[in-house]
Design a protein around this ligand. Structure first.
Ligand code: GRF
Length: 199
């Protein structure tokens, strides 16, 4: 059984895709040990509670320094003994200590086809604004391993999505989530749980 912690910051639609995947059996051999957020108001925490999953907030606002927060975040993750940490819309820079502790055991979903539109400053709607500004005809999403960089770790899965005439950033974001993110993140978790990725 793959024990996972899912780290979130926002609405939790990617978390919901994981919860739904486990419920309908498209994700097998996997248990969500906890959902952890840096944001007290993240609806993703509510989604966890609605599904009987431990939901914990570790907010930087509650700690006197970033280093102390980083240690608290790592201790909280470790307390659930995950085999895999899944960043699903998590807007915190993962502490170096955590990347080392879970080397090749942290994955992230990014809403573009890396190496396009990624790195520092590219998150949420900003990614789609940049894609539209560049005029790309195809974008998509990427699941990658988290390393010490920003969106620089080994790519595991990608799925392309067509940009349509008249797309706004919001419309494009929704299509990328529906057609790509909510498919490849659950797929990656199932593949890892069944020894097909990150062997
Ligand atoms: C989405 O844009 C996703 O691509 C990014 O974080 C945003 C919020 O995701 N990783 P969620 O609804 O909180 O899963």
């Amino acid at each position: 059984m793959l024990n996972i912690c899912v780290c979130v910051s926002g609405g939790g639609t990617n978390l919901q895709a994981i919860i739904d995947g486990i419920a309908k059996g498209t994700i097998t051999n996997t248990k969500i040990a906890a959902v952890i957020s840096n944001n007290k108001g993240a609806y993703a925490l509510e989604r966890a509670k609605q599904n009987g999953i431990p939901a914990v907030c570790v907010s930087p606002k509650d700690y006197e320094s970033r280093d102390i927060f980083n240690d608290a975040l790592l201790d909280t993750v470790k307390s659930f003994q995950p085999d895999l940490v899944v960043l699903a819309g998590f807007l915190v820079n993962v502490p170096g200590k955590m990347v080392q502790e879970y080397k090749n055991r942290i994955i992230n979903i990014h809403p573009s086809l890396i190496p396009s539109f990624c790195g520092v400053g590219y998150y949420g709607l900003k990614v789609h604004e940049a894609a539209l500004a560049r005029g790309v005809k195809v974008t998509g999403a990427t699941v990658h391993v988290v390393d010490d960089g920003t969106d620089t770790g080994p790519i595991l899965l990608q799925k392309a999505v067509c940009v349509q005439e008249g797309d706004t950033p919001k419309v494009l974001q929704q299509r990328v989530m529906e057609e790509a993110e909510w498919k490849i993140l659950p797929m990656a978790i199932d593949m890892i749980a069944n020894g097909k990725l990150l062997k």
